[in-house]
Every structure is written in C-alpha cells, then in structure tokens.
Write a protein that binds this ligand. Structure first.
Ligand code: AMP
Length: 206
C-alpha cells in the first residue's frame, strides 16, 4: 500500500508516519529527513538544499524529484513531506501509484506553538515538545545528551514555511480530492486518536 501524509509543517505527519511504519510494516520516507542527512554529509545536493531551508523555501521541484526518484520504493511506503507541489504530484504519478492521501489538518496557531517548543536529543534523536518535556531543561531523559533545535524552527521561518504551504502545497488538497484519494483527519486531537482515525480510513480503502 502506498500512503501519502499531507499537511502543514509540524502538523504531526512525522509522528504519525513513525507509528504507522511500525503498525503497518511499511517504510516511512521523510523527504525532510533525507534532505537533512544530505546536508550533514555535505553532498552537492545537501549544500544546495541548505540554502533553501535557511530561507524557509522548498527545494526546487526538479532537484527534489530527481533526488527522490532514486530513493523511492515502487510498492509499499508512507511518504511524509512529498509531494509538496502539483509538479511533484504529477512526477510521482509517473513513478508509482498512490492508494490514499491523508491530510493531518492543524491550525497555524498550534503549528507555531509546537514549532517553538520542538527539541530533540543531539545524541540519540529522542523528540521533545509540548506533549513531552524533558525532566531537566536542555537534557535528554534517556541518554542525558544535550537537546538541540532545528535551525528552521524559528518564528520567522515557520511563518514563511506556512506561507509556502498555503501557496504551493495546499492546492494538492483539490488535486487529490478530484482523484478521490483524499481524506482529512483532525491533527489537533491526541496522537493515538489520530492514529486510530488514519488506520480506519486505510482499512476502508484496502
Ligand atoms: P520538513 O522536515 O518536511 O519540514 O522539510 C524541511 C525542509 O526540507 C523544507 O522546508 C524544504 O526546504 C525541504 N523539503 C522537504 N521536502 C521537500 C519537498 N517535497 N519539496 C521541496 N522541498 C522539500
């Protein structure tokens, strides 16, 4: 089954994708994570992508499509963060089929609050945020590593990323509604409730 998780940045797509990966035994492919890995490795693509991320912009379609093309499994995945434009959706259609598009819907006010609270352990990667705060400020509960923040998790850049979503990603809602693949879940609910809603939608299209 090929699943796309759509939604604003910080809507909870990554959290749900990780849970669904374990429950459905499908690989979670996050373009954001893949891009950050390239930046860390210092590849040519990573260096280009870094400049866009620093401005809160999307990596240009041609670049991200050719990057993902080599990494996308044809059958069985949970795609998180792709497609983000109509051009990307059309490219995806030429690579593989899509069975369901789940929009994790959330308000801008909650997104901004979550973004400014997001931290993760620089050592083990454990995530922290509004719903899970570390016992000791700045220190990971599990491994005592130092907590860090994503460079694009600032008020200025999340505002820009939300504007980019409105302009470039939101049109995908109508695009996938027309293809009868679109469903929306309330991303402001508790994490396990959202998961249950997504799973029951997936059951219906199986
Ligand atoms: P994310 O972790 O999904 O919020 O992605 C972080 C950043 O990576 C985005 O703000 C973009 O600059 C870049 N990125 C991730 N996925 C895409 C995509 N599908 N198209 C273009 N840029 C992307």
């Amino acid at each position: 089954m090929n699943i796309i998780l759509l939604g604003k940045p910080m809507a909870g797509k990554g959290t749900q994708a990780k849970i669904l990966e374990a429950k459905l035994r499908l690989p979670h492919i996050s373009t954001g994570d893949l891009v950050r890995r390239e930046i860390k490795k210092g590849t040519v693509f990573g260096k280009k992508a870094r400049a866009y991320i620093a401005k809160g912009q999307l990596v240009p379609d041609a670049e991200i499509i050719s990057f993902l093309q080599k990494r996308l499994l044809k059958k069985g995945f949970i795609l998180d963060g792709f497609p983000r434009t109509i051009v990307q959706a059309e490219a995806l259609q030429t690579i593989t089929s899509v069975d369901i598009v789940v929009d994790v819907a959330c308000t801008d006010a909650i997104i901004i609050k979550r973004t400014l609270a997001r931290e993760s352990c620089t050592h083990c990667g454990a995530p922290y945020g509004l719903d899970k705060q570390p016992k000791k400020k700045g220190v990971c509960d599990s491994c005592h590593g130092t907590l860090g923040r994503r460079s694009d998790d600032t008020k200025k850049l999340i505002t820009k990323r939300l504007a980019v979503y409105e302009q470039q990603t939101k049109p995908l809602i109508d695009y996938y509604k027309k293809k009868k693949l679109y469903i929306a879940v309330d991303g402001t609910k508790a994490i396990p409730i959202i998961t249950e809603e997504i799973l029951s939608c997936i059951e219906r299209v199986k």
